[in-house]
Write a protein that binds this ligand. Structure first.
Ligand code: EMZ
Length: 390
């Protein structure tokens, strides 16, 4: 497939053929192979079967590409299984639902309007580093309930905490996040009255009748910083690219603002900002009629499942008011994305602001971010997207 044939607002599905048969795509990942599960039904079934396909394997091994060579701190709750998972998750679930409150949406609206004002005033901006990354980091201060200025340090870390421009697995890069988290946990511990942020919340939390350890708190915070970073940045950038190519959809949302939540779900289905997430078999098992031996890796390919024609009518089209939309972009089952309420609010507020302000987006230059999964290539976002917002 020539990427030049696709305009910037298109995100092709590379999995169509393999999904229909055999339903599994085998890739090598640093010598630790992965069977990618592609069909919607099979992905849901494997995600549901957490006893057979565990998340609590060696830290980093359920991520694809594997991060075992660059970290040994377990991210919590996502790299744990029940019963631990259930209890860890209960400690943070309510905190991660704060984005649904009216005050939060109001604060997010002010923040995003400010980002749009800045982009408009600048004339031309590079959307990934110059718009989506600052927006993601500044919005994260709301989720953590930290002062707005703190985002400036996070912005300096770039789009991924474990990846740099020339190294897809950069372990040393994570040290700046780890050092920051050590200092923040110490700060919150030394000033227990200093405010209601996520660090303070975790320091107070009780797990199995005891306080969380430093490494457990760090594990939750690493996930909060890493998991919602490139994913949100891609979702925001791709949304700008999409509406640049489809101003008529933005116009429809301007006329019918109640469509915005559906538009969010549909764009998230179409983009699938996280291609897949792995699991490790606890026993000899089977996916999609294919044997998996104990301790082997599979991945649940949200991106492929989202284009399954058995579930979605016109799967490769953005149907901005799509009604039933059981997409898997936020995962499925007990591990479904904790940050989803926040991510959904960010996108909804952004889309409403673009629509209500009657904004036009023009793409002047772009460089796609293409992932390679064995023989297949998938566009997940952009390395560079030059835009003008007016
Ligand atoms: C992990 C992962 C979580 C991983 C929901 O996704 O996101 C990736 O970007 C990180 O590299 O460590 O947090």
């Amino acid at each position: 497939m020539s990427k030049n044939k696709c305009p910037f607002s298109e995100f092709p599905d590379p999995f169509a053929e393999v999904r229909s048969t055999p339903g599994i795509h085998e890739i090598d990942d640093q010598g630790d192979p992965v069977k990618m599960v592609l069909g919607h039904r099979d992905v849901r079934k494997a995600a549901h079967g957490w006893k057979t396909f565990q998340s609590g394997a060696r830290p980093g091994r359920i991520v694809v590409p594997s991060e075992v060579s660059i970290r040994d701190i377990r991210q919590i709750p996502f790299e744990t299984d029940p019963p631990e998972h259930t209890e860890y998750r209960a400690l943070v679930e309510e905190w991660f639902r704060r984005p649904l409150s009216e005050g939060y949406e109001q604060a997010l609206t002010e923040l995003i309007n400010g980002e749009l004002d800045r982009a408009q005033a600048a004339g031309e901006v590079e959307a990934v580093e110059g718009f989506s990354l600052p927006l993601q980091s500044r919005a994260l201060t709301l989720l953590l309930n930290r002062p707005a200025e703190e985002a400036e340090e996070w912005i300096n870390w770039g789009t991924h905490v474990f990846r740099s421009d020339d190294d897809p697995l950069d372990g040393s890069k994570a040290n700046q996040l780890y050092d920051y988290l050590d200092a923040q946990i110490a700060r919150a511990a030394a000033n227990p009255q200093s405010g209601e942020d996520l660090f303070a919340h975790l320091l107070r939390a009780e797990y199995q009748g005891r306080k969380l350890t430093h490494d457990e708190i760090k594990g939750v915070m690493i996930l909060t910083f890493a998991g919602g970073r490139d994913t949100v940045i891609n979702a925001v950038t791709n949304t700008l690219a999409y509406f640049a190519g489809h101003p008529e959809d933005l116009q429809r949302i301007r006329e019918q603002p109640e469509l915005a939540p559906r538009a969010v779900e549909e764009l998230v289905r179409y983009f699938a900002p996280l291609t897949h997430m792995g699991r490790v078999a606890t026993t000899d098992a089977e996916v999609s009629g294919c044997p998996v031996s104990a301790d082997a890796r599979i991945s649940l390919c949200w991106a492929a499942a989202n284009r399954d024609a058995a579930v979605f009518d016109k799967p490769n089209e953005v149907v901005i008011d799509r009604k039933a939309n059981p997409h898997l972009s936020f995962g499925f089952g007990i591990h479904k994305c904790l940050g989803a309420p926040h991510a959904r609010q960010v996108l909804k507020v952004l889309i409403n602001a673009l629509a209500q302000r009657g904004m036009r987006i023009e793409v002047t230059d772009h460089q796609d971010n293409i992932e390679r999964w064995g023989s297949l290539e998938r566009k997940v976002g952009f390395h560079r997207l030059m835009i003008r917002i007016s």
